[in-house]
Design a protein around this ligand. Sequence first.
Ligand code: FPP
Length: 248
Amino acid sequence: MTATASAPQPEGGGADPSVPRHVAIIMDGNGRWAKKRGLPRAAGHKAGAESVRKVLKAAGESGVQCLTLYAFSSENWRRPETEINDLMGLLRFYLKAELSALHKQGVRIKIIGDYKVFPADIVKMLEEAMALTAANSRLTLAVALNYGSRAEMTRVVRTLADRIAKGEVAADAVDEAAIDRELYTADLPPLDLLIRTSGECRLSNFLLWQAAYAEMLFVDTLWPDFDGDAFRAAISDFARRERRYGGL
Ligand code: FPP
């Protein structure tokens, strides 16, 4: 049997298999964290952005190769305009404030999702951040912005259908690897661990294809309370899991 790009890779290319290569996080609970304190929801998102900083540092120190964060889903446009504006403001602020430090730390920034619909100044900042950090290799920070997994897969189907119609690809040559190559995550390691905070146990249209063999961890902690220690605890939990990939 030939291996496909999406086939599980238990050996991890010689890396320590007890450390997940790729961790994705659904950062949930900012609103409830703020409400508990009688604060506006924006204060929860601001505190959540601080958690991003702490978790990114812990991920780099743990030897994780890629951290993917669900920052803004394609469904988040349904939120009140004021909250959307607050999130855009935070994104602007952190891109400006953190970019050079991230670059110095060897972080490669990647955006997954249809980010081009964001305000033009943010699109420009995101593209500059990706270009500046493109050659960095210590850790990839993939930020999901206007991301939805079904939209991602629909986009792949359209791309492949178009190539088939043009005669560039034969329909029976479309295998799992061919689909993998068209996903936003094509150049990222296989997803090993998916964490969701705040006690909700669902995937909410996040990395559905990529999560096929990922370990899932649902924690009750609200995202603004999730820090470096919480991340390290998640990594230790992963190290105790037995991954069988359908085998015995
Ligand atoms: C979910 O909490 C969180 C979000 C929708 C946004 C996550 C954003 C950050 C962590 C800030 C950094 C991101 C950017 C874009 C700079 P929720 O609001 O759904 O919380 P709730 O379920 O308690 O209401």
